[in-house]
Design a protein. Structure first.
Length: 754
């Protein structure tokens, strides 16, 4: 037992209180407190007594590898895989042969992994739309309340803190830059280098060790997600192998006494059923994910090698597409210290991680940790047998105007339902091509999913709904396409392919024509309308681009991407009223998404409405305390508006959280000058002369300030430099003349004493 009763008595609160007290002294404001995770005031922890690090409460490393298909991992049977770390973990742990994600999308699936609630319950049905409601308890909160240190390190903007998965993590690292997000066509492609993410995670792990409290670390790796890196061999397997390499560093960091849990949020289509990536369909390639748990100390014994089953064939790879991908079926042939056969779900992860932590957590899923102590835990086996794994995708509805899909699978059968339903025996027929009778429990499970509301309205609380109504918006159910029933996404694969092909057309005119043709066929094709508006932007026709977005928002009032683009275009053409309205709508839909505040802020800055700038930035920072843009703009506004000390704090935080602004030191110099600290101001002006290459303002401001302070000797080099480079305004010329005269006077021979 490490730490023992002393650590328990001190608990997590002690270390945190000390850190927060330090932060309070340093901050002089609320934002730094929010930054280091200090609430005001701290509520007593609820739940079990705080834990010290010991065998009952081991350190836990939870790694999600985005888009990792189970059948591309060596331990699952892939002879072409290069995944030595995953294979070694399986050799010392339990491999779950049939683990299934609850959704083929990153945010909905991760929200389930980290709460143990289904998408219909936690409300995150698509990427980038809603945020996790405060009423949904999180695993991180639970573990933190039980005495764990909690840190999260994510690699892609789809898991930004804005969507609310940060709740319960002392540190949730998601330093995505707004400029990258607005530049990227698809924000799913805004990612951080994995090595940087792992470095930060390792540093946190080491620093958190000092407290003596157990640690829960979640790291999200993004390598296998498209775009795949170019290189020799199969590009998807190459990215999987890279992720395995990063995992190796985390396993080495964790050491033998930690529990290590690795899974994925969903698989990848790789042309199974006609889908290249993921989101649209619910085939086995998409929902089946690896799940490997290496308990503290590992499991002993010879490797289990159950009989292989047929692997998933590739159906209908388009001619010439992805010729470098090796798509032959891979046998389902697991190899691990323990192979767990029953079908399990992403719903089970939160309860399982809590079970490993010795802190039981009530969720919609089952705690699978008994499998690490007993190869056949009877109660758990019966609970699993009574409960199929289920999945949903609302992506077809929200992006294509087609029907959502639902899936249920038990240990023998699988049912996928949309406009039409197919049941099959997946053990013999992994691609589910042949109809086979399935037990009623599966159709019941699907019917239950279908009875849950669709994603259209989202989990709006009455207050948010009232704010929306006040803004003139009503959230309505998405329209049925003209002529009646929705189409089935499995029949929409060709249209999706045509859409993706159209989006790749370089010539914006040709792209606009192709997208218009697709929209004429399928008016609910939200993504095509987004693409069409961007094509009009490229063609310089902003009014048409805005009209396309207005029509999209009439059909889909909650489409965040459309709202964001609509607000940005309105801002561009100085339609301030529309920009503020659309950005306000974004804030109402997700008060934690900083994009809406940024657009409102830029609009107020343009209008030079300083009171509104401070108001919006303050509200934005209350929900996105690490947003560099908001800190920067608020800091500048405060320096200009007579609160230089507060302004300096925001400017420093803006730099700390990664602002790209090059004139931060200039504004810091001004802030200190206005606060009367000449020495600090000089230091920042000097720094600004280096970051603002060719800009004479820091030279001029430093020279003038020093001259005014009567420090001519220090002022002269700055003033001379400005003058030489042709930037001498009358004020500078006057100060230069005065200081040079002073120097002459100082050099002049002193009059002889009388
Ligand atoms: Zn994902």
């Amino acid at each position: 037992m490490v730490g023992g009763s002393v650590a328990k008595a001190d608990g997590r609160g002690g270390a945190r209180d000390r850190r927060c007290a330090r932060a309070r002294r340093a901050a002089g404001g609320l934002w730094l407190l929010a930054l280091v995770g200090c609430g005001e005031p701290e509520a007593p922890p609820v739940g079990p007594a705080p834990a010290g690090r010991d065998s009952d409460h081991p350190d836990i490393v939870f790694v999600t590898i985005d888009t990792l298909r189970a059948d591309r991992v060596g331990a699952y049977g892939d002879p072409l895989a290069s995944t030595p770390t995953l294979d070694a973990l399986a050799a010392e742990g339990a491999l779950f042969r049939e683990a299934h994600a609850v959704a083929p999308l990153t945010l909905p699936s991760h929200a389930t992994l980290l709460t143990g609630r289904s998408p219909a319950t936690h409300g995150l049905r698509d990427n980038g739309a809603m945020r996790l409601p405060d009423a949904v308890p999180t695993l991180a909160e639970h573990l933190r309340g039980g005495g764990y240190r909690t840190g999260a390190f994510v690699s892609a903007y789809v898991l930004d803190a804005a969507w609310g998965l940060d709740r319960g993590f002392e540190l949730y690292r998601s330093p995505f830059r707004p400029q990258d997000v607005s530049r990227a066509g698809a924000f799913g492609e805004v990612e951080l280098p994995a090595a940087e993410v792992v470095n930060a995670a390792v540093a946190w792990w080491e620093s958190a060790a000092r407290s003596g409290e157990p640690r829960f670390l979640w790291v999200h790796l993004f390598d296998p997600h498209a775009p795949w890196a170019a290189g020799p061999g199969d590009p998807y397997r190459g990215d999987v192998s890279r992720a395995d390499g990063h995992l190796r560093r985390l396993v080495e960091m964790a050491g033998p006494d930690a529990a290590i849990v690795v899974t994925a949020d969903h698989g990848e289509g790789l042309w199974s059923e006609g889908e290249r990536h993921h989101g649209l369909l619910l085939g086995r390639a998409i929902t089946r994910v690896p799940l490997i748990i290496r308990p503290p100390g590992g499991l002993a014994g010879p490797l289990e090698l159950p009989a292989p089953r047929p692997g998933l064939p590739t159906l209908g790879q388009p001619a010439g597409a992805d010729a470098e991908l090796l798509l032959d079926a891979v046998p389902d042939a697991p190899k691990a210290a323990r192979v767990v056969a029953p079908t399990v779900s992403g719903l089970d992860l939160a309860a399982t991680l809590a079970g490993l932590a010795g802190l039981p957590f009530e969720t919609e899923g089952l705690d699978l940790s008994p499998f690490l102590r007993d190869p056949s835990p009877d109660a758990l086996l019966s609970a699993l047998a009574a409960r199929p794994a289920v999945a949903e995708t609302q992506y077809p509805l929200l992006h294509l105007g087609a029907s959502p899909l639902w899936m249920a699978q038990d240990d023998a059968h699988r049912v996928i339902s949309g406009v039409w339903t197919r049941a099959c025996s997946w053990v013999e027929d992994p691609a589910c091509t042949v109809e086979a009778a399935a037990p009623p429990s599966l159709s019941d499970a699907v019917a239950k999913l279908q009875a849950a509301p669709t994603a259209s309205a989202g989990p709006l609380d009455p207050e948010v709904a009232a704010r929306l109504a006040a803004l003139g918006y009503l959230t309505e159910a998405p329209p049925a396409p003209p002529g009646g029933a929705r189409t089935d996404p499995r029949d929409e694969v060709m249209r999706l392919r045509a859409l993706r092909e159209a989006e790749l057309l370089r010539d914006p005119k040709a792209r606009a024509r192709a997208l218009e043709a697709l929209i004429a066929e399928q008016p609910g094709l939200a993504d095509a309308r987004l693409g069409l508006s961007l094509a009009h932007v490229e063609l310089g026709d902003i009014p048409r681009a805005r009209a396309v977005l207005a029509e999209l928002l009439r059909l889909w009032p909650d489409n965040m991407m459309a709202l964001n683009n609509s607000a940005a275009l309105a801002h561009l053409v100085r339609d301030d009223e529309a920009a503020l309205r659309d950005a306000g709508r974004m804030i109402a839909l997700n008060p934690r998404d900083p994009r809406g505040y940024r657009i409102q802020l830029s609009t107020h800055v343009q209008r030079e409405d300083k009171a509104a700038v401070v108001d919006v930035a303050t509200r934005g920072l209350a929900v996105a305390p690490n947003d560099p843009n908001l800190h920067y703009v608020l800091g500048v506004a405060q320096v200009q508006g007579g609160s230089p000390a507060e302004g300096a704090e925001h400017l420093k935080i803006a730099r700390l959280v990664g602002t790209e602004a090059t004139d931060v030191d200039l504004w810091l110099g001004l802030a200190y000058e206005r606060a009367g600290d000449v020495d600090a101001a000089v230091r920042h002006y000097e720094a600004a002369t280096r970051t603002m290459d060719g800009d004479l303002r820091p030279w001029g401001l430093a020279g003038l300030m020093l001259a005014r302070a009567g420090r001519c000797a220090q002022a002269l080099p700055f003033l001379v430099n400005v003058s030489k480079r042709g930037g001498a305004v009358p004020e500078v010329r006057e100060a230069l003349a005065r200081c040079e005269a002073e120097r002459q006077a100082a050099r002049a021979p002193r009059p002889a004493p009388p």
